[in-house]
Design a protein around this ligand. Structure first.
Ligand SMILES: [Zn+2]
Ligand SMILES: [Zn+2]
Length: 165
């Protein structure tokens, strides 16, 4: 969705409201596609005494997979984002502002980067997830499989074999 902000930049007090659905179903993260249904976006762009800003709320169902035990879950997420917008950037110290070229704001692009930047790099089903047994694959949160998963030093292993014989 492209929002034309030409009038808004010129008119103090003007406000544009928008409501939009964003399709992120192709996005891949954690080896899965976490956005199975469209992201709901609702917000507004305002010009207050020449200061143009956008604020919006996103809502979506996020599917995650635990990076230790591979359990998958889904949770409803809501986030608020806001940015100051500039029609042109005059100096270089303006990292705070988002430049809106030709007064056309690409809402899809902005919301996509806002949402993806907030996603965690790794997800855990719980802070102390015990993960899967590296030997038999049992989910160690559910039960203890009893495998010996101590790291075996190959030198000791060789020695043990000698002593066994
Ligand atoms: Zn887990
Ligand atoms: Zn095991």
């Amino acid at each position: 969705m492209i929002i034309d902000l030409k009038q808004l930049f010129e008119l103090d007090g003007k406000e544009i409201q928008f409501k939009h659905e964003l399709d992120l179903s192709e996005v891949e993260m954690w080896g899965i596609r976490p956005f199975k249904s469209p992201v709901q976006i609702e917000g507004k762009v305002c010009n207050r005494t020449g200061m143009v800003s956008i604020s919006y709320k996103v809502g979506y169902l996020l599917h995650t997979v635990c990076s230790r035990c591979l359990k998958d879950e889904s949770k409803q997420c809501e986030q608020l984002f806001s940015h100051k917008l500039a029609g042109e950037l005059n100096d270089s110290d303006n990292d705070d502002y988002i430049l809106v070229e030709n007064f056309k704001l690409d809402l899809d692009e902005l919301a996509t980067s806002d949402i993806l930047l907030e996603l965690p790099i790794k997800t855990l089903c719980k802070e102390d997830c015990k993960g899967l047994c590296p030997k038999c694959g049992t989910n160690l949160n559910e039960r203890d499989c009893g495998c010996d998963t101590r790291q075996i030093d190959p030198r000791l292993e060789a020695l043990r074999k000698l002593l066994d014989n």
